[in-house]
Design a binder for this molecule. Structure first.
Ligand code: SAM
Length: 276
């Protein structure tokens, strides 16, 4: 079933998505106008992202217990989950050092701008590299009490991700990851297209007025169409929640917590806690 047929049939049920795709198609040649950092900013700071990140940071804060003195954040981005978590600990956290691993220079720079303002006494080591590069260089004495990764492991290609997590086990006591429990659907199938359309309809409904248009044309519709385009190289590799548990246990991690954290347009976010 083609996208157009799916959308035609679904126009009544998916009014926001249908209108946004039509508008996008009408301006498709002027792509630069429609993909902007402003659109991503408006997306991430609004809609369902607000309660999502509140829940994620709240969960992370629960793990900054008095016995956790060193923290490693893998794929920290600009610290959108990390810094609110550090601020949200019920007691002053006991961290003596923070290590950030982030290959995107601009995001790492943003995190490093935030660190002294929000955590002035916490020493920060910033590594502008991938999980693969970082874990390949680990020395026997390198140790962290806790490692965390929020929506970052999905962005790491599979051999690098699993090899990295296997190597990391000798160097951290506990691992906390947050990812999305995506539906188990065959990419490109009718059920997949219908599910995508319903999910993006919901996302569009979480924004109003001019913000909806900005978010739709600059972020959500390009994302939606990209996910339908078989030629688009995949840039993330997600799994249903049980796959994450099975893969980590196969690497020797002992999974002690696996739970949904927050409803979200894309899929429910879940937390997985594992002991080395
Ligand atoms: C969706 S963002 C999540 C950022 C942040 N953890 C948060 O919760 O807001 C995914 C992050 O993974 C990072 N990333 C991509 N490839 C990576 C790799 N190979 N190793 C480590 N991090 C990676 C990206 O640069 C990006 O900052």
């Amino acid at each position: 079933m083609t996208l157009i047929r799916t959308l035609r049939r679904a126009a009544v049920d998916l009014p926001l998505l249908t209108a946004a795709v039509r508008q996008h198609a009408a301006h498709a040649r002027d792509t630069s106008v429609y993909t902007s950092p402003a659109a991503f900013e408006a997306f991430i700071r609004g809609g369902g992202n607000v309660p999502l990140y509140e829940r994620v940071s709240g969960e992370l804060a629960n793990h900054y217990t008095p016995d956790v003195h060193s923290l490693l954040d893998i794929g920290c981005g600009d610290g959108h989950a990390l810094f609110p978590a550090l601020a949200a600990t019920a007691h002053p956290h006991a961290l003596e050092r923070l290590t950030l691993v982030e290959p995107a220079s601009a995001l790492l720079a943003s995190a490093l701008t935030r660190a002294p303002a929000e955590q002035p006494t916490l020493p920060v080591q910033a590594l502008n590299e991938t999980l693969g590069t970082f874990t390949a260089k680990l020395q026997p004495d390198d140790r962290w009490d806790l490692a965390q990764a929020t929506f970052a492991l999905q962005a790491i290609p599979e051999p690098e991700r699993w090899d990295g997590l296997a190597r990391l086990r000798a160097h951290v006591k506990r691992l906390v990851i947050v990812e999305f429990d995506i539906p188990d659907l065959q990419r490109g199938s009718d059920a997949y297209v219908a599910s995508l359309a319903q999910r993006y309809e919901r996302a569009l409904g979480e924004y109003g007025g001019a913000t909806r248009e900005l978010v739709a044309q600059g972020f959500l519709i390009p994302m939606f169409l990209g996910q339908l385009d078989a030629q688009t190289a995949a840039t993330n590799w997600e799994h249903p929640m049980p796959i994450w548990r099975d893969k980590l246990e196969a690497l020797g991690w002992r999974v002690t917590r696996l739970a949904h954290l927050s409803d979200y347009f894309w899929a429910p976010a879940f937390v997985l806690v594992a002991e080395a």
